[in-house]
Design a protein around this ligand. Sequence first.
Ligand SMILES: [Zn+2]
Length: 315
Amino acid sequence: MIAVLRRCLAPLVAVMFLAATPAPVKTQAPGSYRMAVGAFEVTALYDGNLRIGSQLLHGIDPAAIPPLLAREFTDSNEKGTLTAINGFLVNTGEHLILVDGGNAGCSMYQTAGHLVENLRASGYRPEDVDVVLVTHMHGDHVCGLSKDGVRVFPKATVYAAEAEAAYWLAPATDPNDPNEKRKANARKGLSPYQAAGVFRTFKPGTVLFAGVTALDTRGHTPGHISYLFESGGQAFLALGDIVHAHAVQFAHPEVTLEFDSDQPMAVAARKALFETLVQKGWSFGGAHLPFPGIGHLRKDGGAYAYVRIEYAPLP
Ligand SMILES: [Zn+2]
């Protein structure tokens, strides 16, 4: 009798266990990652992604690119290689500093614009940010700073290099300027801060706050800046757009992107910075490196290898 019952119930029990399995969540876990740099706290924030087509890479035989992409197991298709957009939030104890504001507000990439939602998920609010440092004024870095003409970070003063502001925020003069659409995006993100009197410019090399220095890395744009954060003998460099195609440019730093405004200068900036990163051993975060976009650099033969950060408890 018991044997018969067991035989009858077995399929039922199996179904009950199957039914107990929750459905897959199907959304990604919140896009933030945190680490300590001395007494500073660095939080990487995921804004989303875009795809960079290999035809946008210059200075390399096109046939050499696919093996480099495959070697790093990149997500590449006919639209290009999946490329993250990252911002970095640094709590120095005196300031809560956001480096770049993501792409929300521009229609360029529908797959981006999540920086604020991930900032909230990481435990902060937009109104907690009192400083925004802009690496450069392409839309994927500044569009998210304002929404419909309103400042997304209402308590923040925004800082950018003089040369960057002079180029991108100049009043429109030539509607046929191929960069006019990009300039319009820059104005859209930054003009609400200008109107409120909370937009400042600086010269490269300036120490902006205790432990925060603006390094001159022009080339991708006329006033591109990388921000160095130093505390307790440790350092983190927010690179900005020094690397767009990690699978290609660490092995071939001479490779440029179509949108580098000064191609030879972009190469020189990347090579110089790579040498510095190897020699100093600084951690660094890239706006377009695979999320969280943080790691270290080492020499690899005649080129460089990127060593990604490990998820770890905070000290
Ligand atoms: Zn960018």
